[in-house]
Design a protein around this ligand. Structure first.
Ligand code: KG4
Ligand code: ZN
Length: 356
């Protein structure tokens, strides 16, 4: 099966070609033949955040060349395709419509199935594409960690952390989710972005804080760890406000920015790690899978790795490029939907607030 997948839910225009590899006793491996990502981040930077109307227009400009590049670099033509997978929500409505229209046009013209994919599920399915070379269990099982990954075994806990969502999910099977907890206010990525904006560090905040925090002392300021021992929901707006209050109160002798962001980041990571590990233990899961843009955070990756190792839990972490928005992850979810015989109708609408 050869799937063209498209992602335009936010400010990345992406197209990928994903192919199923040989079946083993562990399942089918999925191979990424191409994964082209055109980011609008430089364009939105001057506004300090994404301007939805401009994002949609940028998608219109680049969607065709991005799809062409994905097809060319995979070395395939439209007639080789088995299906077109497309993110239909959640996301910015104007942005979603651009990708959805392109996907419908190609699927209709080639008379192949259209597969609507939930963006949140797509982030989870990045874990079905590959795993970092450091994943000992994968290497033990003889997988090629750089290219393909064998089927993940259920049940597992997924920590999905992005710009719009923070969720702990018990994944019981393909498409079978139990949301154990989610954020009551800001998403983890949103907190990074807001703190960076407040400190005038630039946009998007996550990667900037990640880098700057490496120069700082994470123990310099003791921020509270909100709700750390309390269920599986999250609340991050309090830490963000604590940063703002501290800076406003200590105007002249404000702590070093590096220490400030390192301490802020550590507080968020501590809460995420603690809850993910507790969920895995309580629900008897041997695996935790990270997903979403914030899963690219080096402190979270290292913190989760260390704690998972200590507890004997397998940790799956998508490669950096598969954590943030990309079309290959959409193809991965699309592949399983196609295999289960669940294509979409051609009147599939874009759904801005689609839930898991
Ligand atoms: O998954 P994603 O690309 O888009 C959404 O679906 O939201 O996530 C984007 C979010 C942004 O808030 C960005 O600041 C954050 O992920 N992010 C990071 C890092 N890289 C991206 N946050 C912390 N550390 C990073 N290295
Ligand atoms: Zn995303």
């Amino acid at each position: 099966m050869l799937i063209l997948s498209i992602e335009t839910s936010c400010d990345e225009t992406s197209a990928a070609v994903v192919k199923d590899g040989p079946s083993t006793e562990l399942g089918t491996s999925l191979e990424i033949l191409s994964n082209i990502i055109s980011s609008q981040v430089d364009f939105h930077r001057k506004y300090g955040g994404i301007v939805p109307e401009l994002a949609a227009r940028k998608h219109v400009e680049v969607i065709s060349p991005v799809i062409k590049e994905a097809m060319d670099s995979a070395g395939v033509s439209f007639k080789d395709l088995s299906a077109v997978a497309i993110t239909y929500g959640p996301g910015l409505i104007g942005s979603l419509i651009v990708g959805l229209s392109a996907a419908k046009a190609i699927a209709y013209a080639m008379d192949i199935p259209l597969i609507g994919v939930n963006h949140l599920e797509a982030h989870l399915y990045a874990n079905f594409l590959n795993s970092p070379p450091s994943s000992p269990s994968l290497i033990k099982r003889g997988g090629n960690p750089n290219k393909v990954r064998e089927e993940v075994s259920f049940p597992f806990i997924s920590l999905l952390v992005s710009g719009g969502h923070t969720m702990l999910i018990l994944v019981e099977g393909h498409g079978k989710y139990k949301v154990l907890g989610q954020t009551r206010d800001d998403a983890a990525g949103e907190a990074f972005d807001k703190v960076a904006r407040f400190l005038k560090l630039g946009y998007p905040g996550g990667p900037i804080i990640d880098k700057l925090a490496k120069e700082g002392n994470p123990k310099a300021i003791k921020f509270t760890r909100p709700m750390i021992g309390d269920g599986y929901d999250f609340s991050f707006s309090g830490i963000k406000t604590a940063v703002v209050n501290l800076v406003n109160k200590t105007k002249d002798q404000r702590p070093k920015t590096e220490d400030l962001v390192a301490s802020f980041q550590q507080a968020i990571v501590d809460v995420l790690v603690e809850k993910a590990i507790r969920a895995a233990e309580e629900y008897g899961c041997k695996t935790i899978a990270l997903a979403g843009g914030v899963a690219a955070n080096s402190c979270l990756r290292e913190g989760m790795r260390a704690k998972a190792e200590e507890k004997g839990i397998e940790l799956l972490v998508p490669s950096l490029i598969l954590c943030t928005d990309n079309a290959a992850m959409v193809g991965a979810r699309g592949y399983y939907l196609l295999k289960e015989g669940k294509p979409s109708n051609f009147d599939l609408p874009a759904v801005a607030s689609l839930r898991l």
